[in-house]
Write a protein that binds this ligand. Structure first.
Ligand code: GDP
Length: 292
């Protein structure tokens, strides 16, 4: 758990003098926590520099120092809506990260907030994906736009936008393919959907792209974010399996490298297990400060 990482960092700060050994231990520890060598070295150097001027007196001072260094490495994304036309959210992510479950959770979350939600089954490459989304739509009592397995995803998205405009849904959640024969195909397919949405006159306010990442995958999550961000520039991340997150470093790396903020975290398998990302709480846990 992330709490254990924080507790270990705190323990590390309980030790002796700030000698070479201390800083190399700190750097190793941060690399183990998935922060990557360059960020680990940056943080260790910053702690070194700032400890000289700020003279931290306690473990807690040091924890707060690290927190302040990390503060601008990660951002929160708060969705905003404009009711003049439907908002389309493209939900991206490789298979198995929890994309379908997240779409269902988002539908529940926004229905509760008074939105009219429409699901769009644009992962037409897997019959199971369409069926699964259909089951969620029935359970949640929301409409779904789908076509048969193998049909053109762009055409499903086109239909969904038309349908939402006609029937009055204000939020369309689009499920997309998570895997194709190769990366190039996936990127090309996503770019086609992107073009169709833009072609329907949806501006940046009404069209957002979210990448779902399994928060426990570490470095792999960073590569996935890079791949998808190159295909369609991402607006925000949704982190699943946050309930089993043990190392938070990869999230900081994504924030640092791609500047993609985090919107939601998934904390379990149920429809209710979705929460807005809380940066303050995340950083406190990461550095072992508890929920102060
Ligand atoms: P997809 O292939 O990306 O659409 O993945 P699914 O939505 O089918 O989810 C894959 C598995 O991860 C399922 O067993 C989900 O119940 C599980 N899952 C999804 N989100 C979370 C989460 O936030 N926490 C936990 N513990 N499990 C999750």
């Amino acid at each position: 758990m992330l709490q254990e990482f924080g507790a270990k960092l705190k323990a590390l700060f309980g030790i002796r003098t700030f000698d070479e050994k201390f800083f190399s231990e700190l750097e190793d520890f941060l690399i183990e926590g998935d922060l990557g060598p360059s960020m680990a070295s940056y943080i260790s150097n910053e702690v070194h520099l700032r400890a000289k001027s700020e003279k931290p007196k306690s473990q807690e001072d040091l924890q707060k120092l690290v927190k302040s260094i990390l503060m601008d490495k990660i951002e929160t994304y708060t969705p905003e809506f404009d009711a003049s036309q439907p908002t389309i959210w493209l939900i991206l992510g490789v298979n198995g990260v929890g994309k379908t479950t997240s779409i269902a959770k988002l539908a529940r979350y926004y229905v509760r907030q008074g939105h009219q939600v429409l699901l769009c089954a644009a992962d037409t490459f897997r019959a199971a994906a369409i069926d699964q989304l259909d089951i969620h739509a029935q359970r949640l009592g929301v409409r779904i736009v789908k076509q048969s397995n193998g049909s053109d995803p762009g055409s499903v998205v086109y239909d969904a936008i038309t349908s939402a405009k006609t029937k009055g849904e204000d939020l369309v959640l689009v499920d997309t393919a998570g895997r194709m024969h190769n990366k190039e195909n996936l990127v090309r397919e996503l770019a086609k959907i992107d073009k169709i949405i833009k072609g329907r006159g949806l501006d940046a306010v009404h069209y957002k792209k979210f990448l779902v990442i399994d928060s426990t995958t570490g470095q792999n999550g960073v590569s996935q974010a890079e791949l998808f961000n190159a295909a369609v520039p991402l607006d925000a991340l949704i982190l699943t399996k946050y309930d089993s997150l043990s190392k938070g470093g990869a999230l900081l790396q994504i924030g640092e490298k791609l500047h993609v903020p985090i919107a939601f975290v998934g904390t379990g398998e149920g429809y209710e297990d979705l929460h807005p990302f809380n940066k303050e709480e995340f950083l406190n846990t990461l550095v072992g400060l508890g929920d102060k």
